[in-house]
Design a protein around this ligand. Structure first.
Ligand code: GLN
Length: 264
């Protein structure tokens, strides 16, 4: 069989499994695989709708390369909007800022911020110890381990009042009943813990937003990722918690994506 015939066969296998970007996925697999047996194996896994990130074992985010497994939510390009929102509001990038990322997962948001803020340090909190192992590896992989600490916790429970300059989170915000309607990659392979926001998807924000207010220093900045239809309720929660300058940022697709605010 010629190369072209083999490629066409793999693409056909992916397409008939419902994968629209079959050619792009195959290109990634061809770059990662050592031999034809491994290509066959990876294509079969992808045809079973395993996320490409799990098959390759990593995912680019911001300027970083992150290790990804089924223990963490695969970082999404949309979440870079949160990183941008924060960086835009940091006027002096050389200040010794202290950042915390709640529900840090792979560490993506915290590590991206630290990579841009050379004098900042930060804490990544997650309830999942297996996620934190990945986050710690990602800190080392991106040479940020001296400024990044990771520890288990239930949101901001153990964080002292008025202690942070920046508090960020991409919490679970999908309504429980919606999860079963998502693509198989997400529904069957990504951690529920990172997705499930309860009956209306807003459950975590009710706890998290007042907590972010409590742990921020006066003048501190918070930013949280939201679902496309959650801007109004999350904005209301931020205002009710006492935040000033509450603002919405849209992602590159023009969808509401981030609510931010400042503690007076
Ligand atoms: N954006 C993710 C998705 O649609 C969800 C992330 C989250 O719940 N925080 O799959």
């Amino acid at each position: 069989m010629t190369d072209a015939t083999r490629k066409a066969r793999w693409i056909e296998q992916l397409k008939s499994a419902g994968i629209e970007e079959a050619a792009i996925d195959l290109r990634h697999i061809l770059l990662a695989a050592a031999d034809e047996a491994q290509i066959d194996d990876m294509v079969s896994r992808r045809a079973n709708r395993e996320p490409l990130s799990h098959i390759l074992g990593d995912k680019p985010f911001w300027t970083l390369d992150l290790k990804v497994t089924r223990d963490v939510l695969t970082p999404r390009a949309d979440t870079e909007t949160l990183v941008e929102t924060v960086l835009k509001q940091v006027t002096d990038r050389s200040r010794a800022l202290y950042i915390a990322d709640f529900g840090t997962g792979s560490g993506a948001i915290l590590l991206a911020l630290l990579s841009e803020l050379p004098d900042a340090a930060g804490l990544g909190v997650d309830i999942s110890e297996s996620a934190l192992e990945i986050a710690r590896e990602n800190a080392v992989r991106n040479a940020l381990q001296d400024r990044a600490t990771f520890r288990t916790g239930n949101w901001a429970e153990t964080i002292p009042d008025n202690s942070l300059d920046i508090a960020v989170s991409n919490p679970p915000y999908i309504a429980s009943a919606v999860i079963d309607t998502l693509e198989p990659e997400v529904r069957d392979h990504e951690p529920r813990l990172a997705l499930d926001g309860g009956d209306d998807g807003l459950g975590v924000y009710h706890i998290l937003i007042p907590e972010l207010f409590r742990v921020l220093k006066p003048g501190g900045l918070m930013a949280v990722e939201i679902g496309y239809d959650q801007a109004a309720p999350v904005r209301a929660l931020a205002e009710a918690a006492g935040f000033d300058d509450v603002g919405l940022t849209q992602d590159l697709g023009g969808q509401p994506r981030v609510i931010s605010g400042r503690k007076p």
